[in-house]
Design a protein around this ligand. Structure first.
Ligand code: HSE
Length: 428
């Protein structure tokens, strides 16, 4: 007879209920693959009687997540509560202290408290896994901690918030404003209960912070990240970028350089025909660029009950098989603390200007860029209207600092009628 691993599940939202359903539906297949019977013993959630599409009859109901986490008859605790300073943290800590393995989908918790929690788990001799926390059903944590464990990673880059990608691609396909499309995403139930987590870039930032820790062997440093969401992206920029062969994506980008770790979550342009440029709607994509592997792309469903639950179950199976990988791919005490740096890389930029329409203006603007040593790759004027002459510039690769000098020089000419719009261009 197969050994049983008893599981406690805290949080019965779409991911929790999907995980319970999948564990039941695939129980034979899972048992055959991991050699153990995975049995959900007890559950807890905020409200007991809520319709969830699953029966809770076979499970013990526990009122409190911390009590569930430390129950003696639980071997593994699944935390699907969410949030970083609440019940979830107390419950995960209680599980670790009680010697239980933990599987969580909680990116916020690990982005803020991951170093301490990983250390706690190691000291207690338990395993803590979090595949479901980053890009839902895409096995990106596993790819970094296992398949690419021997690889020096140069860059991690990804579209890791499906809601933002949905909004940006819908704005482009419908020609609609940010506000209209945000309302549509809201109606479809795509937004987190605090929408700023999505459109403010925070959710994507949490995910990036976890991936960069594994990729670069560094302590999780969410506080050191530059974060900007998609609220400033107008339909004008989306359409003009498309005209220049680009699409706007909310990207998480992490790179290590001699000056430190650069981590940014911000709207960027990527070539429209690149893998990142082609990712539509709520789909996620992550690019892991290894020194010898070159670019490795992982694409799929970044959210949703089923895909995220599949990632949770993959982690549970790993633990049932007796695999004991450190949370961030190496012991927490060996993760380096590194300085955070602002954009070490030379990149191309998209600049949108509204200029006074009179003879010699373009020459003076071009000189402002040239004097700052920023080379113009492409320049296009879109006629002129009563407001002025809209002009687009795509620069050659340049340092952020030089670009800032050139934009200051443009402002000083007095020929720029509106604050210039500047968006980075990343290779996708
Ligand atoms: N709100 C997230 C997204 C899903 O839109 O991608 C959960 O991480």
């Amino acid at each position: 007879m197969r050994e049983t691993m008893n599981i406690g599940v805290a949080g019965l939202g779409t991911v929790g209920t999907s995980a319970i359903k999948l564990l039941e539906e695939n129980s034979e297949l899972i048992a055959a693959r991991c050699g153990k019977h995975l049995h959900v013993k007890a559950v807890c959630a905020r409200t007991r009687g809520k319709p969830r599409g699953i029966s809770l009859e076979g499970f013990d109901w526990v009122e409190d997540a911390t009590l569930l986490a430390s129950r003696p008859d639980i071997d593994l605790f699944v935390e699907l509560i969410g949030g970083h300073d609440n019940t979830a943290k107390a419950a995960v800590e209680a599980a670790i202290n009680a010697g239980k393995h933990v599987v969580t989908a909680n990116k916020a918790l690990l982005a803020i408290h991951g170093n301490a929690i990983a250390k706690m788990a190691e000291d207690a001799g338990v395993t803590l896994r979090f595949e479901a926390a980053v890009a839902g059903g895409i096995p990106v944590v596993k790819s970094l901690t296992e398949s690419l464990a021997g690889e020096r990673i140069r860059r991690v880059l990804g579209v890791m918030n499906g809601t933002c990608n949905f909004i940006l691609t819908r704005m482009e396909s419908n020609g609609s404003s940010y506000e209209e499309t945000f309302a549509e995403a809201d109606k479809l139930g795509y937004l987190e209960s605090d929408p700023d987590l999505d459109v403010g870039g925070i959710d994507a930032g949490h995910k990036l912070a976890l991936l960069s820790s594994i990729a670069f062997g560094t302590q999780v440093d969410f506080a050191g990240m530059d974060i900007e969401g998609i609220k400033r992206i107008s339909i004008t920029d989306i359409e003009l970028a498309r005209d220049m062969g680009y699409r706007v994506k909310l990207l998480g980008v992490a790179r290590m350089s001699d000056s430190g770790l650069e981590q940014r979550t911000e709207p960027c342009l990527v070539p429209a025909n690149s893998p990142l440029g082609r990712v539509e709607n709520a789909t996620n994509i992550v690019l892991l660029e290894g020194e010898t592997t070159g670019p490795v792309y992982l694409m799929g469903a970044g959210a949703g009950g089923g895909p995220t639950a599949a990632a949770v179950i993959g982690d549970i199976i790993d633990i049932a098989r007796g695999r004991t990988i450190s949370t961030f791919g190496q012991p927490a005490s060996t993760l380096k603390k590194v300085a955070s740096t602002r954009s070490s890389a030379e990149l191309a930029w998209y600049i949108r200007l509204l200029l006074v329409d009179q003879p010699g203006v373009l020459a003076r603007i071009a000189a402002a860029f040239g004097d700052a040593n920023v080379s113009i790759n492409r320049l296009r004027q879109y006629g002129h209207d009563e407001n002025g002459a809209p002009v687009l510039i795509v620069t050659h690769h340049t340092q952020r600092e030089q670009l800032n000098h050139s934009l200051n020089a443009v402002r000083k000419t007095g020929l720029s009628l509106r604050e210039p719009v500047a968006i980075r261009i990343e290779d996708g």
